[in-house]
Structure formats: C-alpha cells, structure tokens
Design a protein around this ligand. Structure first.
Ligand code: PBG
Length: 323
C-alpha cells in the first residue's frame, strides 16, 4: 500500500501517539557517570576543557555520588590521579591507592551506588603509557601482571565491576583468573574491547594527567580504519570471560556499535568520550546549539545504534533534563 492510502505522518501528529510508537528511550538506568578522584581534602579542581567536571578529593567525591544517586544516576566509573607515579603503575594496586580509598568511601557512604573502576596504568606511570615500557614500547605480558594486581585490590575494597581500558592482549582472561583465584568470581568485567586510538580522548588526558610523554598509543589501541578487527577484539574478550563489551569512542563509531549488537549476544556499552562531550559544551557556550536537545539526541543515537549502556559526562545533566 502506497501514498495516498499510506501516510506515515499520521503517527507523528499527536504527541501521545508519537511517544507510544517511540522506538528508543534513554533513561538514567542506562547511564554511567565518570568521576576523577584526587588526594587531599575539600579539593575541587575544575577540568577546564570539560566544563562541569572536576578532580575531586574523596570527601567531595562522596558528596557528588550522593547527589548523583538522588538524581537517578546509580553508577559511576572511577579514574584516579595519584600523588606520585612510577615506572609500571603498580602503585595503583596498593591498598591505600587513590582508587582503593575512593571505592571504600563510596561503598561506605553511598552503598547503593554501583562503583566501577577503570583499570589501566596510564594515570599511574611517569611516562603516561598504559603499561610497562621495554625497548620503547609497552610490553604486553608484563603489563598484564600490573592490571591483574590492580583488579584484585579493587575487588578487595568492594568494587562492583572492573573495566580494563588498556587494550593489552589477553588481559580479560588474566584479570578473570586473578579475580577467581582470590574468590571474586562474582565481580563482573566490562571490557573496553574495541577501543580506538582516538583524538577524542584529548580533554580526558588533561583531566587524568595521563597523556603519553613520548610517542602515541597506536601500538595498542585500535586503528580507526578498522571494523572487522573490532569484531575479533570483541570475540576474544567474550571468550576470555568479559561480561559486557565496550565500543569507544561512541559517535564516530556508531557503525561498530550496531555491528557488535547484531553479531554478539552480550550487553554492549559505549563510551561517549571526553572530546565528544567538550565539543558539545564549547558549541553550547557560544550559543551555537541547543545543548539539552543535542545531548538527548546524541544519547538516543548511541542507544539506537545498539548500546545497552552509555558512559557519559552528560549523565548528571541528563538526569535533570528528564526529571
Ligand atoms: C585510560 C583511559 C582513557 C580514557 C578512558 N580510559 C584515555 C586513553 O586511553 O588515553 C578516555 C576517556 C575519555 O576520553 O573520556 N586508558
């Protein structure tokens, strides 16, 4: 049946009906808010390239979590800015590391908050690379040991989920084994499976003080040219025991999200990264776009592409929009 019998505009005219036939709805249940923990007390350092985001000392991080929780955001992803750095990043695995303390404090004061720890070394190494350097490049297998140690420490302090973002081969299996060995078989792993070597991480590296001091991350993060390779990365992570797989960044990679959703029967997460956030903020500050409408449209597009979970710096404001 064709026009004039068929008229698709009929379903768009009435707002009630339009909502009834809506295919995608983002809710606060879908969202994870990234937060940055730093040592000290009453510290709130603004991250200039990411307006509204701060490096927070643990006392204020707890307050932020209370507010987020009350607004409907029930999950946070933690990144740490340590006082000192070392060659391998193993300091992150210490019992008094910044993230260990943050996990403990949030779980104590906001017990309902689902706390996810990013597991990587770049925030903790003097050189800013995601692992241990041997002959000018990140050594895969040595790095696995530091990632596993970090994961076990975070699990000991009650983290709800581990999210390895380093892109070493075999890290999901290594972390799964280590967690299981110490009895943390119920701690899920959300793997940054298809993580691309992207210019969209620029503002984050200021926020987390994690920019590589030499070279780039092209020898471990994925080439943005590739889609088939992303499917291999995801498949391997699933075989190694990932519970959730992630595509990162989100917006320039919606095709990868959709392909992953169609290929694998596993929850998919997408990371709406710092550069994607900052571009929206910069344009909104100039009055060039309607921020609220843009944010809703962006998050909807990521979900419509097939993502079940969205990690986004817009989470806090989005919760206010839909109240
Ligand atoms: C750590 C890590 C990065 C991000 C998340 N975990 C930075 C990077 O790989 O350089 C980026 C997050 C963002 O840009 O919002 N490896």
């Amino acid at each position: 049946m064709y026009y004039p019998t068929t008229r698709l505009r009929r379903l768009r005219k009435n707002p009630v009906l339009r909502n009834m036939v809506s295919e995608t709805r983002v809710t606060t249940d879908d969202l994870i808010m990234p937060l940055f923990a730093i040592s000290g007390k009453n510290v709130k350092n603004p991250i200039l390239s990411m307006p509204g985001n701060f490096q927070l000392s643990i006392d204020l991080l707890v307050e932020e979590c209370k507010q987020l929780f009350d607004s409907g955001i029930h999950s946070v992803l933690l990144f740490g800015i340590p006082e000192t750095k070392d060659e391998t990043g193993i300091i992150a695995a210490e019992d008094n590391s910044i993230i260990s303390q943050a996990i403990k404090a949030i779980k104590k004061h906001v017990p309902g908050m689902f706390v996810i720890a990013d597991v990587c070394n770049c925030e903790y190494t003097t050189h800013g690379h995601c692992g241990t350097i041997v002959n000018g490049d990140v050594d895969n297998d040595l790095t696995l040991d530091t990632l596993a140690a970090q994961s076990v420490t975070f699990a000991k302090f009650g983290v709800d989920m581990i999210a390895p973002s380093d892109m070493m081969d075999g890290r999901v299996g290594k972390i799964r084994n280590a967690l299981d060995k110490y009895g943390y078989y119920n701690t899920p792993i959300m793997a940054y499976s298809a993580k691309y070597a992207s210019a969209f991480y620029g503002p984050f590296r200021d926020a987390a003080d994690s920019a590589p001091q030499f070279g780039n991350r092209n020898s471990y993060q994925m080439n943005p040219d590739n889609s088939n390779e992303a499917m291999r990365e995801i498949e391997l992570d699933i075989q190694e025991g990932a519970d959730i797989v992630m595509v990162k960044p989100a917006l320039s990679y919606l095709d990868i999200i959709r392909r992953a959703k169609d290929t694998f029967n596993i929850p998919i997460a997408a990371y709406n990264v710092s550069g994607e956030f900052s571009m929206v903020k910069a344009a909104a500050e100039r009055g060039w776009i309607d921020e609220e409408r843009i944010v809703k449209e962006i998050l909807t597009s990521i979900k419509r592409a097939g993502s079940d979970i969205i990690i986004t710096y817009h989470a806090k404001e989005f919760a206010k929009y839909i109240k």
